[in-house]
Design a protein around this ligand. Structure first.
Ligand SMILES: [Zn+2]
Length: 573
């Protein structure tokens, strides 16, 4: 090559090479490959190109580019590889420097796993216009080509498919962005509630592209997530994860539709990617899913990669989890439970439990029952038993107090092991301390119930409208009443309640507006200035969202006779 075009900001290498081909003057496209890579034996690759050592060698003397520089600044490697362990990341870089074309894709699991990469080259119409103005030509941006990114982080507007397939027939040529292939055939409009999530994803992906956080083993991320799961009440120190609650809240948070869109739906039952991600295993999943979980758990990316979350630094997280897990295993082994029960209590597998029992040299109760440790005594005559009984009774009483409106039968679900132990060794006491709750009669008077619930719902809604705003939805109302499990499912039986809730529930936009209204009143009450930043901060609304509600905000401010400068900031947002 006797020249090499300078890559534009966030330009994907594929696009720079495409611009080389336009300018090279080569008549036959294949000659471009010889210029660039010194071989005809390679194809154009958008996400993770290879043979970059060759490319750099063929550049004009004194070119400032290195293979590693191109990998980090002009390919999708920093996104797709951000959560892979160091040794694997190194291998991927190696295959991009000098390996075969598909190696990097295979090593990243992009070939075998269930993710389907984008089919078409994508573009942001706003960026497209700006690029022509500034550089005189359009180009493919890296951030727009990431599978799962639907918004341009710069313009906060939808990204569009061009009409060019990435993997079309002839892969020995480069397709440049142009007026002909970057056409909007139909305006895209995403539902309000998805927009915020899409912008998060775009912003997070951009952070990954533009930072070199360094690579970490899976244990690091697992431990970061685990610490936050414990803090948020989704997991206990003994490695138990409340999978059901986690799954429900996660789906509530993102909505099924959005998760479907980012190829990460969560099945109702059994194994799913989310449950696998929060378990102790070293499985690596699609980078995007780490971002989903990190946002859900409110872990900023910088923290996720660089700051140990949770316990004080004196003890390594993994070690202390391991220790607690083992202590709990020993405890469970003394309860005369089957391996399967122990495994389920530990949220682990029978195989792991069996191995741990062997490793730790634990003699499970079923092994020494009738021999060994208690050779001269019955278990029930030991001090260990008496201590255990005292503790178990206390735990049971605690549970009864914690769930005053639940029956023993329901409560046992919160600690199966405890219940089994008491049934086996302390059944009389347990009978005296059990509780039955009048279950709902088979014929429910739905009309009566509807009226009762309506009254309660009205109170709850009234409460939610005072104080710091909380979004009014079926779910939030249901959970305030402790009946989120069935309220919205039975809405057909509750016509009055349904009508009322439907009339007061808010979509995301209405909710954001209410937050703004509330924030303005609050600032007024506190005698603080009503500025753009004061309002967004007090309301907890993202500055970038303001433009979607600028009309409404204008109106609120207009009625308050607010100053002009604030309005103009809004217009510029
Ligand atoms: Zn844009």
């Amino acid at each position: 090559m006797n020249f090499f075009p300078t890559p534009y900001p966030d330009e994907v290498l594929y696009s720079t090479l495409g611009r080389y081909c336009i300018r090279s003057g080569n008549v036959r496209e294949i000659h471009n490959f010889e210029d660039l890579f010194g071989t005809k034996n390679c194809i154009a690759s958008l996400e993770l190109p290879s043979k970059l050592n060759n490319l750099v060698e063929n550049m004009p003397v004194n070119s400032p580019y290195t293979a590693d520089g191109l990998i980090y600044n002009n390919t999708l490697f920093p996104f797709y590889a951000s959560f892979t362990p160091p040794d694997r990341a190194e291998k991927i870089i190696e295959s991009m420097r000098s390996g075969r074309g598909g190696d990097a894709y295979i090593r990243l699991g992009l070939v075998s796993n269930s993710i389907t990469l984008n089919q078409y080259f994508k573009f942001c119409p706003e960026c497209f216009k700006e690029d022509i103005e500034i550089y005189g030509e359009p180009y493919w941006h890296r951030i727009h080509q990431i599978t799962g990114v639907f918004m341009c982080p710069k313009h906060k507007t939808p990204i569009y498919n061009s009409n060019q397939l990435i993997k079309a027939g002839n892969r020995q040529r480069f397709i440049n962005a142009s007026e002909e292939n970057c056409i909007i055939e139909k305006e895209i409009e995403y539902p309000d509630e998805n927009i915020e999530k899409m912008i998060w994803m775009a912003e997070d992906a951009e952070v990954l592209l533009n930072n070199r956080f360094g690579f970490k083993e899976q244990e690091w991320f697992k431990s970061q997530f685990r610490a936050k799961l414990i803090e948020k009440g989704y997991a206990r120190m003994n490695n138990f994860v409340h999978q059901k609650t986690l799954r429900r809240d996660f789906i509530d948070f993102y909505s099924e539709g959005y998760l479907e869109l980012v190829q990460s739906p969560i099945k109702d039952k059994g194994q799913n990617w989310l449950s696998s991600m929060v378990r102790n295993n070293s499985r690596i999943t699609f980078a995007l899913r780490y971002l989903l979980l990190a946002r859900f758990l409110e872990i900023p990316l910088y923290t996720l990669f660089n700051e140990k979350i949770g316990f004080s630094s004196k003890e390594n997280n993994i070690d202390s989890y391991q220790k607690l897990w083992e202590e709990r295993l020993i405890e469970l082994c003394q309860l005369d439970l089957s391996i399967r029960d122990i495994a389920s209590a530990l949220d682990s597998t029978p195989k792991t439990v069996r191995k741990a029992i062997d490793d730790l040299g634990i003699k499970p109760f079923w092994k020494y029952n009738g021999g060994g440790k208690y050779i001269n005594k019955k278990y029930t005559a030991t001090n260990e038993f008496r201590t255990k009984r005292k503790e178990s009774r206390e735990k049971w009483i605690e549970l009864l107090a914690k769930y005053p409106d639940k029956s023993s039968n329901q409560i046992k679900g919160y600690n199966q092991a405890l219940y089994r132990w008491l049934t086996k060794y302390d059944i009389e006491w347990l009978r005296q301390h059990s509780r039955t709750i009048q279950t709902t009669p088979t014929t429910v008077d739905w009309d009566k119930r509807d009226r009762e619930i309506l009254t309660k719902v009205k109170e709850v809604v009234k409460g939610m409208r005072e104080g710091k705003p909380e979004r009014i939805t079926w779910t939030t109302i249901g959970s305030k009443l402790g009946i989120s499990g069935w309220l919205s499912k039975r809405k057909d039986r509750l016509p009055l309640t349904r009508e009322y809730i439907e009339s007061v529930r808010e979509n995301l936009k209405e909710f954001q507006i209410r937050k703004i209204r509330w924030a303005i009143s609050k600032l007024e009450g506190e005698g603080r200035e009503i500025t753009f930043w004061n309002v967004v901060e007090t309301a907890g609304v993202k500055p970038s969202y303001m433009k979607y509600i600028s009309e409404e905000v204008h109106e609120i401010l207009f009625k308050k006779g607010c100053n002009y400068s604030f309005l103009s900031i809004l217009d510029n947002k």
